[in-house]
Ligand binder design. Structure first.
Ligand code: X2X
Length: 346
């Protein structure tokens, strides 16, 4: 694999003793497209998320006749599975293309977690209303640009649901004493401890053996992920479909890479991301539609809280919500809240 640094190094070496030859070659090398652009996804193509990445890479390859060759690295393997390092690695030039959940980046750029606040979106109607709002998306994209990447499109990783090996969770108190694996932002830890649970931060790669061995009692992920990763085989017998948090699936390109492409290619890449995100959202929603039946069929007990039960969970997260809203981007979150309220009346 030819990295940019290696290319420059070898170009400089070739130019030794021949300055007039070496300098133009060096400039040329810097402007050249790379043979491969590395895209990180936490999960592979058996998951809607990984599939969304694959669709994007394929569309770009086809439409640029291979000029832009995006290679997918599932399992966050470019950062040895440490998904919370993705954004930093993108800034360091290790990752060129992001197709990921800002949950994993919120420890690096906490503002990017605005969509994940607990119980912000009651349903997909509310979610769609917020993401159809240009002002919300523009504000978000401005934050992504400021953080060092060019945002292209927004998909959906899915409403996250709780599972555990011990007992049905129908009210916050049921979480007392349960050791729950959470990911990324400390906000998730605060949500769980606010309900009396015992959160523990872990990568997805580490979470699966920890569930299997019983080192942790539970986890939270979209049921689509639960099914694709066969989490029921890891002793997870109880699910609560509480839709407590959802995250976007952001398609973005590291700024220096984006700037190295010509305008025509940039347009192709952006359109490919928009198309891939649409297909990905369709996929994730078709799985969401019948996930309760499918998960029950695996022998898992699924609890779908009624509105009163949901309210109790929501109330238990109010303080955390307020704290994080104030800390991350209060005005943008207010805009999202307003879009959600409007969607209730529509
Ligand atoms: O690790 C997880 O739980 C996952 C796959 O959902 C994320 O990367 C946020």
């Amino acid at each position: 694999m030819t990295t940019r640094r290696n290319l420059i190094k070898s170009t400089v070496a070739a130019g030794v003793g021949s300055i007039s030859f070496g300098v133009p070659l060096l400039l040329k090398a810097q402007n050249q497209y790379k043979a491969e652009y590395r895209m990180s996804t936490v999960v592979g193509t058996a998951f809607a998320w990984g599939k969304g990445g694959e669709i994007f890479a394929n569309l770009v390859r086809e439409r640029t006749q291979g000029r832009i060759n995006i290679k997918q690295y599932p399992g966050a393997s470019l950062v040895q599975g440490q998904q919370d390092r993705e954004f930093t690695a993108m800034r360091q030039g290790i990752i060129d293309v992001l197709c990921g959940a800002p949950i994993n980046w919120a420890g690096t750029v906490r503002e990017l977690g605005v969509f994940t606040l607990p119980f912000l979106f009651p349903d997909h109607k509310a979610w769609d209303a917020a993401l159809a709002n240009e002002s919300i998306v523009n504000d978000y994209y401005a934050m992504v640009r400021k953080a060092g990447a060019e945002p292209l499109a927004i998909g959906e990783t899915g409403f996250r649901q709780l599972s555990n090996s011990k007992r049905p969770v129908t009210k916050p108190e049921d979480l007392a004493g349960l050791k729950i694996r959470v990911v990324g932002s400390p906000m998730y830890g605060e949500i769980m401890s606010g309900m009396g649970g015992n959160p523990t931060f872990m990568s997805w790669a580490d979470a699966q053996p920890a569930l299997a061995s019983g080192a942790v009692d539970g986890q939270e992920n979209p049921l689509e992920v639960f099914m694709a990763a066969k989490v029921h085989t890891l002793g997870q017998k109880f699910v609560t479909k509480w839709n407590y948090s959802n995250d976007i699936l952001l398609y973005a390109i590291a700024q220096p890479i984006w700037n190295s492409w010509n305008a025509a290619d940039q347009k192709i890449v952006r359109e490919a991301a928009i198309e891939a995100s649409r297909q990905q959202v369709k996929l994730v929603r078709s799985m969401f539609a019948d996930d309760v039946e499918k998960v029950k069929a695996l022998g898992v007990q699924v609890h779908v809280p009624n509105p009163k039960e949901l309210e109790a969970f929501q109330i238990s997260t109010r303080r955390v919500y307020a704290r994080w809203k104030a800390q991350i981007n209060s005005s943008l979150i207010t805009k999202i809240e307003e879009a959600v309220v409007k969607s209730r009346k529509a």
